[in-house]
Design a protein around this ligand. Structure first.
Ligand code: AGP
Length: 608
């Protein structure tokens, strides 16, 4: 959940570290710090709150001279977000400073041992044990000390270390937390995410678990856990600097909503050739597909809701039973999964701890694993048998938008490709759904353009104490994601209900002026949802309906409207969510919320 950076070069380190931390701030933003190797040893600066405070404290880094350093932006797990608990942490002898992303599970036992050894602790963090272990094991060779230290750790860590004995070097280690090396000219870097590197270099080395790196201004060396040097491939980063910047938009979230037509096109187009669907990275034959008895989709948060929506397309088109499981539940559920199960793992970041754990559990039981991931080289992408990337580009806002819709796009491609291989649909149907996929980017653009009244609607609904989202089937799955968007960025209480369930309890909550967002985009069950709208209206609700422009019955019943173009319900979820993303965005804006960095949240949830 935290972000780390490291730099060694011929120019001052602090401004580069601060710039990198700003790019990583979406990963955690409750405190931050940098450690710079100066002439008189290591100088540490820490603040609570945002990177802006650290820039202010250090005058944009000008107060801390030095050419080597490490930095950290924190999402607190062990210990409150105070300066003491902020990273970097120093060893008692002042020789080492470290930054850490991850969790050390056995830190209590290690802390007790180190206290008995005479070390004193300055913080409540799990991280601090690492720096004291380094001091304990240091006998003149930092690499040896790091290997001995990490051999004692249980949990996940990406570590950045500087040591006064080798002032020109930065050290890094990776175990179950992302870490990427940037290879520059007369300077080298490491960071939790490529977004912190693209302004400086396009050449990256993706570190694997159990690898150690040593970087100076002119050399990058990577070692395995025995200390032997290993050769690593340098990969070209395709994201450009603008992709990680706001580009004139007030918030990343709005920029990312607007980028969806292009992101969907980038995800779909390369996989459609001559009227067929190709997955270079996943070429499953019809015979292999026939052996799959069920598909299990696992993920967290919005990625889970993408799975809930995708289930409808997969089951309808390929007639394979699909179960969608929250990864945090699946991992502890002793799941009925074997080699006849295809496990689809969905994750924007590719680093979500629960999703990784659920995936490992299912792999052990023999499932074939197919990952749908946005971040290239992420842990989930590395772990999966097959990976299909969503080419959404960097998603910076904590609330996912283009991550979600590109996940749906890949699920739609899979559904149609499986259906064709299994001969579950006619040629006519295949052609029709191919057409829907081709036009998906255009329909998403239309959904953006048709809803220019949303800022006005937000002025009406932003003061509500709660919002209900209702729908059936795919509409219900989208309602779940719509309600989550509203909760996480506007802090309004928002709950999604399967419309048919209202009368089993929830309708008791409907009273005068209660806003109900009713999703009515599936003609086969429209009449049923219409009845639910009538029921809640009869009890005083104010209904904001999401539907087609020509849907007269709904238009004459509801109070306000969000629109989507007329599309087939099988692939409509990716379009339906657009007005709901915009509604959440403008409601949050009305409420003066910090839209890109909502309170208590972080983009990448690398802790359980
Ligand atoms: C969505 O807006 C949330 N930020 C969150 O639910 C997110 O989708 C979830 O944490 C899963 O993340 P992942 O896709 O990176 O695995």
């Amino acid at each position: 959940m935290c972000g780390i950076v490291g730099f060694s070069g011929v120019r001052p380190a602090a401004p580069v570290l601060l710039d990198g931390l700003k790019k990583l701030e979406y990963r955690g933003y409750d405190s931050a710090g940098i450690a710079i190797m100066g002439d008189a040893g290591i100088s540490v600066n820490k603040v609570t709150g945002r990177i802006a405070n650290l820039c202010e404290k250090t005058h944009d880094g000008a107060d801390v001279p030095g050419f080597t350093g490490v930095g950290h932006t924190r999402w607190a797990t062990h210990g409150a977000p105070t300066e003491e608990n902020a990273h970097p942490h120093l060893s008692n002898d002042g020789r080492f400073a470290i930054v850490h992303n991850g969790i050390i599970e056995n830190y209590i036992a290690l802390r007790e041992e180190l206290i008995k050894d005479g070390f004193t602790f300055q913080s409540e963090t799990d991280t601090e044990v690492i720096v004291h272990l380094l001091e304990k094991y240091y006998k003149g060779n930092v690499r040896d000390a790091l290997i001995k230290t990490t051999n004692r750790l249980r949990g996940s860590y990406a570590l950045g270390v500087i040591c006064t004995e080798q002032p020109e070097k930065i050290f890094a280690v990776r175990e179950s937390s992302p870490l990427i090396i940037g290879v520059g000219v007369e300077e080298n870097y490491f960071a939790s995410d490529v977004t912190a590197l693209v302004a400086y270099t396009r050449n990256a080395i993706y570190m694997d678990d159990g690898e150690y790196a040593e970087l100076t201004k002119d050399a990058v060396k990577v070692f395995d856990c025995t200390g032997s040097e290993i050769k690593k491939e340098v990969t070209r980063i395709t994201w450009d600097v603008q992709a990680a910047e706001k580009g004139g938009y007030e918030h990343f979230m709005l920029k990312e909503i607007m980028e969806q037509p292009a992101a969907i096109k980038a995800t779909i187009a390369p996989r459609l050739k001559d009227g067929n669907i190709f997955f270079e990275e996943f070429d499953i034959s019809a015979d292999e597909l026939k052996k799959i008895r069920k598909i299990v989709i696992t993920a967290c948060g919005s990625a889970y809701y993408a799975g809930c929506s995708g289930k409808y397309a997969l089951e309808k088109l390929c007639h394979i039973p699909v179960e969608v499981e929250l990864a945090s539940e699946l991992r502890y559920s002793d799941p009925l999964i074997d080699k006849h199960t295809l496990l689809i793992v969905i994750s924007q970041s590719g680093e979500t701890a629960d999703t990784i754990a659920a995936m490992k559990e299912c792999k052990e039981r023999g499932a074939k694993t197919l990952a749908i991931v946005n971040v290239v080289g992420s842990s989930i992408a590395k772990l999966a048998d097959y990976t299909l990337y969503t080419w959404a580009g960097p998603e910076i806002a904590v609330a996912t938008t283009k991550g979600f819709t590109t996940q749906l796009a890949v699920l739609y491609l899979l559904a149609l490709s499986f259906a064709e291989k299994l001969e579950c649909i006619t040629e006519e149907e295949y052609t029709k759904y191919m057409g829907e996929l081709h036009t998906l980017p255009r329909h998403i653009q239309q959904a953006i353009d048709m809803n220019s009244k949303i800022p006005k609607l937000a002025k009406k609904y932003h003061k509500s104490s709660s919002l209900f989202f209702i729908g059936r089937n795919t509409d219900y799955a989208v309602a779940l994601e719509g309600a989550l968007k509203m909760k996480e960025i506007s802090y309004l209480h928002a709950e999604a209900y399967a419309a048919g369930e209202l009368k089993h309890g929830t309708i008791a909550l409907i009273e005068d002026h209660q806003p109900v967002v009713a999703l009515c985009c599936n003609p086969s069950i429209m009449e049923k949802t219409l009845s639910n709208i009538v029921e809640v209206k009869a009890r005083g609700a104010e209904v904001l309906a999401l539907t087609f422009r020509n849907n007269q019955k709904i238009l004459s019943t509801a109070d306000d409207f969000l629109f989507i173009p007329n599309v087939d319900a099988v692939f409509s979820a990716a379009i339906e969510i657009i007005p709901l993303q915009l509604l959440a965005y403008y409601v949050a804006k009305e409420n003066g919320c910090d839209i890109d960095k909502p309170k208590n949240l972080a983009k990448s949830v690398t802790v359980e």
